[in-house]
Design a protein around this ligand. Structure first.
Ligand SMILES: *Cc1c(COP(=O)(O)O)cnc(C)c1O
Length: 381
């Protein structure tokens, strides 16, 4: 089955025998067991719940993965993956990752006896002289918010030679555009709050992988720490996933159009989008993904335009963090999504105060461009 067919027919069909086209919501915290000796598949919903199991199966099918785990948020998913690490372990992480991941690494790692190193460009990084306690690579490609592309195949190969675990946050592209496990990664994490759910109406996280031993460890941690996705949100997430492919095509078509439009405008000094031929990551992106997604960012020309007026004048782009919903959003990473990075680090990795990030929705692209155009006109000094 092709992707969009699997999105609708994959996962676990209704197993009540009633022929419901949607998997039922099991709002039950606990399940009665046969007798003292025999326990059924579902015992207590922190450990496993049928509706959660259905969305875990669906997400795993779409990823081409053996195992899936669903969490209450993307950060719960990432945190669970970090629970695989032992005291003393070191993690290599790419220089612009999601602000929440950075907050985790820069605040909680020390308390847990873990260390990290920021890698500016994994594509050229030599894996030869690692500190001996290095255990994992954590990367996000395209990165957030500068959309820098990392060659997953190359990094996975090199990291594996050193016995490292490769973890990829694939939130920006989803399995529709990019499948990191097929490119050599060990674990994929998602904020399913974004494109998978797709309607900005729930928080969710996913972890997908093929290795059974790692899966058992993660499942143990999930049950122990308890950040699971609720049955109701599992249902909503499945509902979102059914249209994932259709939405991603539209997000991308709109983003491509807007990226090209902005590239020709004086108000945008530089546009970051891996689907632009001018982007240094363009070729790698094409070699490992079937699309570039719906997020782009650009440096706003503050000399000649007023950024405040520009943002305020937009009618269709809500001024908000997040991405992946049907509606378009705009945010300023330096003070919003990436405020957990120090000013010095922001400067070092290129998150400038005049950087704006667009999460392009699925509205009509003509209206979106018109909206940007009128806001630029108003903002002209
Ligand atoms: C939003 C986001 C997260 C965190 O997910 P939550 O669902 O908000 O906890 C992690 N990674 C990326 C790339 C994100 O965009």
């Amino acid at each position: 089955m092709e992707y969009q067919t699997k999105a609708i027919h994959g996962g676990i069909p209704d197993d009540t025998g009633r022929g419901a086209v949607n998997y039922p919501i099991y709002l039950s915290s606990t399940f009665c067991q046969e007798d003292m000796e025999h326990f059924k598949d579902f015992v207590y919903s922190r450990g496993a719940n049928p509706t959660r199991a259905a969305v875990e199966r669906l997400a795993a099918d779409l990823e081409g993965a053996r195992f899936g785990l669903a969490f209450a948020t993307g950060m719960a998913a990432t945190s669970n993956v970090f629970d695989l690490l032992q005291k003393g372990d070191n993690v290599l992480i790419n220089s612009n990752v999601y602000g929440g991941t950075w907050r985790f690494v820069s605040n909680l790692f020390e308390r847990r006896g873990l260390t990290y190193e920021i890698i500016d460009d994994f594509n050229t990084f030599e894996f030869k002289h690692l500190s001996p306690n290095t255990r994992a690579v954590f990367l996000e490609t395209p990165s957030n918010p500068l959309l820098a592309v990392t060659d997953i195949r190359k990094v996975s190969r090199r990291a594996k030679e050193q016995g490292l675990l490769v973890i990829v946050d694939n939130t920006f592209l989803t399995s529709y555009f990019q499948k990191p496990l097929e490119l050599g990664a060990d674990i994929v994490v998602y904020s399913a709050t974004k494109y998978y759910a797709g309607h900005s109406d729930l928080l969710a996280g996913l972890v997908l992988l093929n290795d059974e031993e790692l899966y058992q460890q993660l499942k143990f941690c999930q049950n122990t720490t308890g950040g699971v996705l609720s049955p109701f949100d599992s249902f909503l997430l499945m509902r979102g996933i059914k249209t994932l492919g259709v939405r991603m095509d539209r997000h991308q078509a709109n983003a491509e159009e807007i990226a090209s439009y902005l590239e020709g405008r004086e108000a945008a000094l530089k546009v970051f989008y891996p689907g632009l031929t001018s982007n240094p990551g363009y070729e790698i992106q094409r070699s490992q993904a079937s699309g570039s997604g719906g997020v782009l960012s650009f440096l706003f020309n503050q000399e000649e335009y007023d950024m405040e007026i520009f943002v305020k004048s937009l009618k269709l782009f809500g001024f908000a963090v997040s991405l992946g919903g049907v509606e378009s959003l705009i945010c300023r990473p330096a003070t919003m999504t990436h405020e957990s990075y120090s000013a010095k680090l922001q400067e070092q990795i290129g998150i400038r105060p005049n950087l704006l990030r667009l999460a392009v929705g699925i509205e009509d692209k003509k209206d979106l461009i018109q909206d940007l155009e009128q806001a630029i006109t108003r903002a002209r000094k």
